[in-house]
Design a protein around this ligand. Structure first.
Ligand SMILES: *[C@@H]1O[C@H](CO)[C@@H](O)[C@H](O)[C@H]1NC(C)=O
Ligand SMILES: *[C@@H]1O[C@H](CO)[C@@H](O)[C@H](O)[C@H]1NC(C)=O
Ligand SMILES: *[C@@H]1O[C@H](CO)[C@@H](O)[C@H](O)[C@H]1NC(C)=O
Ligand SMILES: *[C@@H]1O[C@H](CO)[C@@H](O)[C@H](O)[C@H]1NC(C)=O
Length: 385
């Protein structure tokens, strides 16, 4: 037993030594039945390729990305292709919050924390943001940090990350991220995070989907069908910060409860995600809290690929990727062709946006000793019936 454990740790060491190009070392997993395979790099525990079969049994890579994964760190546009996002995803008003949380934590005072801002003229902190991008200068979200490969089997990979940089957040956080593929076209990511002190944690996985994979001259997701088991969307101000109330979606442009084509009524989405952004960048609150129930479905009649997502998270951010302008991967027709506006839809299972400045919601996003953060999402692929 002891020798076995030692062998295990020697093998782990060998894996690190062999991965000369860390943190861009590629790790591959696949389901035993061959229905799905995926590749990751250590930086941000990022998904770089996800291959599933279309209606003709041909595999397509249904996530956006780069051929040169070092661009995940250096691309100034910072589209955030498919990593784990943290320590606090989405946006924080004025990069400020207090512990315990209060509505008016904005002025400096006892228990008030200030983290770097990088979005909306410095009024917002956003780990996905494009504002401040200089390396080693914040906000330097988890997507651009070095995770290490902790364990690996043919069908799963676990990464470990220690967030002790702080960036104004209290305490350190240790996170384990497991990606797994299983029979029947199932991909799953689960995260467990432990904090040394009380701190807000809101993690997500920021995956850009295009279920056609840019074949047959289809260049955007406007003909994809989207279904959200949600009847409310968070009401946002001009900085994409919540007012604290919700928009009831039935009948509105935000109504995807029954499932419909994303591009339908598209002219009503002009400036909807903040002028000149056309399309969606909003958070829907699920109508259920059941981890095993489908929250989001996305499908394309063109490829015949259908994706059903279930999660332990209460909400989903849907971003129709207006701001993209990035050379495509070769498998998607790059590098001469680019991913442009609406080339993908980013779908992020997460907590309530900026709940740490919205105490009226009664949502507790503080974690620490005795209270671990958990995140799990299952992506199930099938063929459109
Ligand atoms: C933003 O936070 C800083 C530091 O706490 C504070 O001085 C400033 O007044 C805040 N700005 C707004 C607009 O609330
Ligand atoms: C990530 O790892 C690379 C390679 O070891 C190293 O050069 C870089 O400084 C690390 N980055 C951080 C933020 O620790
Ligand atoms: C959108 O286009 C439809 C059909 O062309 C038209 O009837 C409708 O008035 C337009 N709506 C807006 C907000 O422009
Ligand atoms: C989900 O759980 C939260 C927290 O317990 C609760 O406030 C909310 O009403 C629940 N939502 C639904 C749809 O059951």
């Amino acid at each position: 037993m002891r020798a076995f454990t030692r062998l295990g740790s020697i093998l782990t060491c060998v894996a690190f030594v062999a991965a000369a190009d860390y943190p861009f070392d590629l790790t591959e997993i696949s389901a035993p039945d061959g229905s799905i395979s995926a590749k990751f790099v250590s930086l941000g525990a990022t998904l770089t390729e996800l291959w599933v079969k279309d209606k003709n049994g041909q595999a397509r890579d249904v996530v956006l990305g780069y051929d040169d994964n070092s661009k995940l760190l250096t691309d100034p546009d910072h589209p955030v292709f498919n990593p784990v996002v943290g320590r606090y995803a989405n946006r924080i008003k004025n990069g400020t919050f207090s512990i315990p949380i209060t509505k008016d934590a904005q002025a400096a005072g006892p228990g008030v924390y200030q983290i770097p801002t990088n979005d909306h003229n410095g009024e917002v902190s956003n780990p996905n943001g494009r504002g401040i991008i200089a390396l080693n200068f914040g906000p330097y979200g988890w997507d651009r940090r070095n995770f290490t490969l902790f364990s690996h089997t043919p069908s799963s990979a676990t990464y470990k990350f220690v967030d002790d940089l702080g960036e104004g957040f209290p305490g350190s956080v240790v996170a384990y991220v497991t990606h797994a593929a299983s029979n029947g076209g199932v991909f799953e990511t689960s995260i467990r995070a432990y904090a040394t002190e009380q701190t807000p944690i809101m993690l997500t996985q920021h995956v850009y989907w295009n279920l056609d994979a840019f074949q047959d001259n289809v260049n955007d997701i406007l003909d994809h069908h989207l279904q959200l088991d949600a009847s409310r969307v968070v009401h946002l101000d001009g900085d994409a910060i919540p007012y604290g109330d919700f928009i009831n979606t039935p009948g509105t442009i935000f109504d995807f409860k029954q499932g419909r084509v994303i591009g339908e009524r598209w002219n009503e989405t002009v400036d909807l995600c903040g002028p000149p952004c056309q399309g969606f960048d909003h958070e829907w609150i699920y109508d259920h809290n059941e981890t095993n129930r489908i929250g989001t479905s996305l499908w394309s009649e063109n490829s015949g690929i259908r994706l059903d997502i279930s999660t332990n998270q209460p909400a989903v951010q849907v971003y129709t990727a207006y701001w993209l302008n990035t050379p495509r991967k070769e498998v998607h027709g790059g590098p001469s062709l680019v991913y442009g506006p609406w080339a993908a839809v980013a779908i992020e299972q997460q907590g309530y946006v900026d709940a740490i400045n919205t105490p009226e919601w009664g949502v507790d996003q503080l974690y620490g000793p005795g209270k671990d953060f958990t995140w799990s999402t299952t992506y199930k692929f099938s063929i459109v019936q």
